[in-house]
Design a protein around this ligand. Structure first.
Ligand code: NAP
Length: 289
């Protein structure tokens, strides 16, 4: 099984290794192209985590032979200026994909910005047309990279999704909602939990596949899952001591799960790998050979 390490309890899913394999595949694919795909990455403001994310994305692009154009704008950039930049990039034939790093400063309406990114260049899968396509079955649109990473992980691990009960905790536009749509499109029966769900534990207990995307350490504990569950932990939380952890209490849950992703080294690296795949897909959809 690609990207796994067998432990005495759950199989530990090695997202870093799996993502490394995908990045190599993308690199080989890009090397065979006549032209060079290009991703424009826009960051507004100085959010430290966002700065790290965009740097990683741009570096991964360059490593794979994809051109990365960075647009780092000051926090006081107006909504109008940002929309004008997106408009210019939409029209620029040399740019295949556009990514606007979230969160935006408070004075900018995020939905307005994601709404104007051309659907054919929307490699983050947040433009309305792509959201609609995903809801209708996912044909030929773009989906956000993190949920794509989750699904690719399940596919490569040969986890059966069809006919299984999947529970997703979190309903954000970037992770929870699209991953639920993808699991449903793949034939799972899907339950989505959120902050108002009366008894999250009663729902997670029924899950064959559990995807957690909330942003709260130890939200899911061993007594909330059934034996054999496949657990994908999307959460990334920085503890006061600087340690990075997910939303799942890894030590108690791994005793019952059949497979589990660690944090770090699970879903995070897959997100970048699938973003790059989306850029190459955009390049081809725009007629690139
Ligand atoms: P978000 O927009 O803040 O959404 C969080 C979701 O969790 C909301 O739907 C919220 O419900 C729900 N929630 C909050 N408290 C809950 C509770 N006690 N029980 C059940 N549901 C609860 O966050 P996001 O952007 O989806 O990100 C989620 C996590 O994934 C974060 O830790 C983020 O850093 C991480 N992340 C990781 C990657 C990666 O590549 N590894 C990528 C993206 C995000 P309501 O809708 O009712 O408010």
């Amino acid at each position: 099984m690609q990207g796994c390490a067998v432990s005495e309890m759950a199989v530990l899913i090695d997202g870093k290794k799996m993502a490394g394999g995908i990045l190599e595949e993308v690199k080989k694919e890009v090397a065979k192209l006549k032209g060079r795909p290009c991703l424009a990455v826009i960051l507004v403001g100085e959010d430290p985590a966002s700065k790290i994310y965009v740097t990683r994305k741009s570096e991964a692009c360059r490593e794979a032979g994809i051109e990365a154009r960075d647009y780092r704008l000051p926090a006081e950039t107006s909504e109008k200026e940002l929309l004008e930049l997106v408009d210019r990039l939409n029209k620029d034939k040399g740019v295949n994909g556009i990514l606007v790093q979230m969160p935006m400063p408070k004075h900018i309406n995020e939905n307005l910005v994601t709404g104007v990114v051309s659907s054919g260049k929307d490699v983050d899968g947040l433009a309305p047309e792509n959201i609609r396509k995903l809801g209708e079955g996912g044909a030929e649109g773009f989906a956000p990279a993190t949920p794509l990473g989750v699904m690719e992980m399940l596919r490569r691990l040969k986890v059966r999704v069809k006919g299984k009960r999947a529970v997703v905790i979190g309903r954000s536009a970037l992770v929870g909602r699209p991953v639920a749509a993808m699991l449903r499109n793949a034939g799972a029966e899907v339950m989505v939990c959120h902050s108002k769900t009366p008894d999250v534990g009663a729902e997670t207990m029924k899950a064959d596949i559990l995807v957690v995307a909330v942003g709260k350490p130890k939200l899911v504990t061993g007594d909330m899952v059934k034996k054999g569950v496949v657990v994908i932990d999307v959460g990334t939380n920085r503890l006061p001591d600087g340690k990075l952890v997910g939303d799942v209490d890894f030590d108690s849950v791994r005793k019952k799960a059949s497979m589990i992703t660690p944090v770090p080294g699970g879903v995070g690296p897959m997100t970048i790998a699938l973003l790059l795949k989306n850029v190459v897909k955009a390049y081809r959809m725009q007629g690139g050979k």
